[in-house]
Write a protein that binds this ligand. Structure first.
Ligand code: MG
Ligand code: ZN
Length: 217
């Protein structure tokens, strides 16, 4: 029987992620990995952000899903170049999948590449994709205890985007609590409060994101 240690697999992933990052750096692409549970509002957030930054940067999107292309179709409808990855069962994206997805993409024509990861708060934390920025998305309806319960994904993120703030009056969600947990896990990472369906919070989040741009070569 052959047994392969997870640590070894992750080390191989880290190497591939570094190669992806070098490729992005070489053509001045800023790569943003968007993680969060299924239904957190990642695609709706992306739609809002793309509309807000589209006239200042040339965006592209990689959509990661176990099956289907619903989210990719929504992005395509905005006229933004999109690549769909179907993981056929895998519950996270890895650096190898991203390497395959960016093959054939003319990185020189892209300033900001968004990766919408598979909806998952657990193992997405362990896989560096070669991104420069990682955003964790949490909706108010998921509960304010998620950073305490799933610390790894919050610890490794550069910002927390709290979505569905318009639902807050109807759910028990303590913004102070999640912000305090985030501050403990990722000191310095900003916390944005958004209601993307109404466009609320999008301009501030978009400005922050534009400030994270890598130098264009
Ligand atoms: Mg989605
Ligand atoms: Zn997984």
């Amino acid at each position: 029987m052959k047994i392969v240690a997870a640590e070894k697999i992750l080390r191989a992933n880290d190497q591939l992620a570094e190669e992806n990052r070098e490729k992005f750096n070489a053509s001045g692409v800023t790569c943003v990995n968007v993680v969060g549970s299924p239904g957190a509002g990642k695609t709706t957030l992306l739609e809002g952000l793309l509309a807000a930054i589209g006239d200042r940067v040339r965006p592209a999107v990689i959509e990661g899903d176990i099956a289907g292309s619903y989210d990719a179709e929504r992005i395509e409808a905005l006229g933004v170049p999109v690549v769909q990855i179907n993981t056929s069962g895998a519950c996270h994206l890895d650096a190898n999948m991203i390497a395959a997805a960016i093959e054939g993409v003319e990185c020189g024509d892209v300033d900001m590449l968004f990766i919408e990861n598979v909806g998952n708060l657990v193992c997405t934390a362990g896989y560096d994709l070669g991104e420069h920025v990682r955003i964790v998305v949490l909706s108010t309806s998921e509960g304010d205890d998620k950073a305490a319960k799933y610390p790894a994904i919050f610890r490794g993120s550069d910002a927390l985007f709290i979505t569905k703030m318009d639902l807050k009056p109807h759910v028990n969600f303590d913004t102070e609590r999640i912000a305090a947990d985030m501050k403990r896990l990722a000191p310095g990472a900003p916390v944005f409060q958004l209601a993307a369906v109404r466009g609320e919070g999008i301009p501030e989040a978009a400005e922050w994101l534009l400030g994270k741009r890598q130098a264009k070569k």
